[in-house]
Design a protein around this ligand. Structure first.
Ligand code: IMO
Ligand code: MG
Length: 431
């Protein structure tokens, strides 16, 4: 059959987890294609909200094979913790159900130390990374000094590679006047993790192609969002992986002909974690309202840090850009319910840059940070939409909001989520 790509269409935290969990039910394979434990995807198991970081959304679907694809950077310590946690909740992630590609790169303690050191040196220009070591891990991959997962099955070679990597990291840390890492301690900590996960290592590209040849469905689950893409995001305020459709192809090792659906997950408003330009940001009471109080797990607070996320109106200029660079075939709109009771609603339809209108999203941050949003006002609605199951039953104003997104981006909104619980979450919409 084919590959469906599920991509964050904004700055991350669009609610990809819930949608991936839904789509996992129809998939033989769910493959995470980028990033590492910087992600925080929420899924609901029974009444419980579960947060995944490395493990794909197929974890709780017994028939699904979950893949950590070559494009990922994997911290084995985090992986061990997460597998234990999810198995405790009934996921039964064993080597038959979870596959770690041998070409995926390991994220080691040196990366975390360097992430912290580089952020400190940046001072007021810090990116606001998750401090999980993501940037340095991808740096080492590109510099061809990384340790690949394939090595964990060979204890001697793995130990030698880890020692070499610690030496490499220590040389870099010295440049930042940081203390050297203890190779002995790192080897000791990683040897049992390597032994534990060696049976999980596989050639996942072969598995994906075998599934496609059998006529099975593959879901490529993205982390972060389009505007955080290393090439097409708001560099340098980005993550270090390919978050967009192109990243699916290189990570899974599939050609474009296999990708039939490209689903962009977009929130009904915008949020951003960390630094960097955000034209529609609201620093007022409306921003606080969109953020929520933090009482609910889906409120806009960092999943690890608890820090409030930056929030703002829906940016259609950015979403249209996202539709283009990903080749979106559909948009899944999340958190429509968060807009209930807001009058009027605003959506950004152009920027004003040096008093000239700009309709193409500029990724150059010098330009973007000088863009003022130009808004279109739309009517709001009062009805609590969180129990609406059919698109026809949404208030007219909500349907107009959806229509505006479709008209502006030229992409169909195929699903709308109106609440955090799976039962009422997605209604197929035909508008
Ligand atoms: P999910 O998958 C939102 C942001 C960080 C920072 C920048 C770089 O839950 O949508 P990094 O640690 O990746 O080097 O940080 O990217 N960031 C995210 N923002 N959601 C995420 O993941 C993110 N992962 C990283 O806040 O601005
Ligand atoms: Mg997140």
């Amino acid at each position: 059959m084919s590959v469906t790509a599920l991509i964050g269409a904004q700055w991350g935290d669009e609610g990809k987890g819930h949608i991936a969990d839904k789509l996992a039910a129809e998939s033989a394979i769910v493959a995470r294609y980028n990033g590492g434990d910087n992600a925080g995807h929420s899924i609901t198991i029974g009444q419980q909200a579960v947060r995944t970081r490395l493990i794909p959304a197929g974890a709780f679907h017994p028939e699904v094979t979950n893949i950590l694809a070559p494009g990922m950077v994997v911290n084995l310590k985090s992986l061990g913790r997460e597998v234990d946690e999810l198995n405790h909740l009934g996921a039964s992630l064993n080597p038959d159900r979870l596959k770690l590609d041998g070409a995926a790169n390991l994220l080691l303690p040196g990366h975390i130390a360097l992430d912290g050191a580089t952020e400190t040196v940046r001072g007021s220009h810090a990116i606001g990374t998750t401090k999980r070591g993501i940037g340095p891990a991808y740096t080492d991959k590109m510099a061809r000094v990384a340790v690949r997962a394939a090595l964990i099955g060979d204890p001697d070679k793995f130990e030698a590679a880890v020692r070499e990597h610690v030496a490499h990291s220590n040389r870099l840390l010295a440049l930042y006047a940081q203390p050297a890492l203890d190779a002995e301690a790192i080897v000791k900590e990683h040897a049992p993790l390597a032994a534990r996960f060696a049976p999980f290592v596989a050639d996942t590209t072969a598995l994906v192609h075998a599934a496609l040849e059998r006529g099975d469905h593959v879901l490529a689950e993205g982390a972060q969002g389009t505007l955080l893409d290393i090439d097409h995001g708001t560099y340098p305020y980005v993550t270090s992986s390919s978050t967009i459709t192109g990243g699916v192809l290189t990570s899974l090792g599939v050609g474009p002909k296999h990708v039939k659906r490209v689903i962009g997950v977009a929130k009904a408003f915008c949020s951003r974690v960390g630094a960097g330009p955000f034209p529609t940001e609201l620093l007022d009471e409306m921003g606080a309202r969109l953020r929520g109080t933090g009482a609910n797990p889906w409120d806009e607070y960092g999943s690890t840090t608890g820090h409030p996320r930056r929030t703002g109106w829906l940016d259609l200029v950015a979403l249209k850009y996202s539709a283009r660079v990903n080749g979106l075939t559909e948009i899944v709109l999340t958190e429509l319910d968060s807009l209930t009771g807001i009058h009027p609603l605003k959506v950004c339809i152009a920027y004003s840059y040096r008093d000239e209108p700009l309709t193409n999203f500029p990724t150059d941050i010098a330009t973007l940070s000088r863009c003022e949003p130009i808004y279109s006002e739309l009517p709001g609605w009062e009805l609590d939409v969180s129990h609406v199951a059919r698109i026809e039953d949404l208030p007219l104003a909500a349907r107009v909001y959806i229509l505006q997104i479709e008209t502006f981006t030229g992409v169909r909104v195929s699903c709308v989520s109106v609440g955090p619980k799976s039962e009422i979450e997605v209604s197929r919409c035909e508008i």
